[in-house]
Design a protein around this ligand. Structure first.
Ligand code: 5GP
Length: 181
């Protein structure tokens, strides 16, 4: 890419701030799960980078599984109607499940996921969300671990995309370009 991307606004979270907070979350999770091996459930695709860094900051045995969901609605708004595109490979019965989410906006996606996963009989079910947007979460989400609260603007980077771009940026930026269609 030549020159700065005109669709990227200010840095919301710099790389070193992200990395430091991820290390802290890893320490907290390591302490809380000192006698259990959590099953990390990543919600694709946005959480892949956070999950990768977070898992390396957890000094405990962990297992991984992934699911992919898509929410019906416009590109930058969710409607709360969620479709499972890829389900988990593992059985959750009696597992200590830790859902790893990239970003919570309305909370509707997470609310659906939590209900869906709780119905599979895990021993425990907690959520670690890297980013939570300040504003109206439409549900009581009971987030056990939160990385950062950020203003309610659309952001990209560190796994988050617009039209599949920007996921590889090591920092989180405000996105100021056009909505993809
Ligand atoms: P919610 O259901 O909480 O409103 O939305 C959650 C999902 O919407 C996230 O998992 C993410 O895929 C998408 N999303 C919400 N806000 C943003 C944002 O600022 N940037 C990007 N790239 N995706 C977002």
């Amino acid at each position: 890419m030549d020159g700065p991307d005109p669709n990227l606004g200010k840095v919301v979270l710099a790389e070193d701030a992200l990395q430091e907070r991820v290390r802290e979350l890893g320490k907290e999770i390591s302490a809380d799960y000192s006698d259990r091996a959590p099953l990390l459930v990543g919600v694709l695709k946005g959480s892949f980078m956070f999950m990768s860094d977070l898992s390396r900051a957890i000094e405990r045995p962990v297992e991984f599984d992934f699911m992919a969901v898509s929410s019906y609605g416009s590109a930058t708004r969710t409607s709360g109607v969620v479709r499972i595109l890829k389900d988990l490979d593992l059985d959750l019965t009696e597992r200590d499940v830790l859902v790893v989410e990239d970003i919570v906006d309305s909370g509707l996606t997470l609310q659906y996921l939590r209900r869906n996963l709780a119905a599979r009989g895990p021993r425990s079910l907690e959520v670690c969300a890297l980013l939570v947007k300040e504003g109206l979460q439409k549900a009581d989400l009971d987030l056990r671990y939160v990385g950062f609260h950020i203003p309610p603007e659309f952001v990209v980077g560190y796994g988050l995309d617009v039209g599949e771009r920007y996921r590889n940026l090591p920092a989180v930026y405000e996105y100021t370009g056009p909505s993809p269609t």
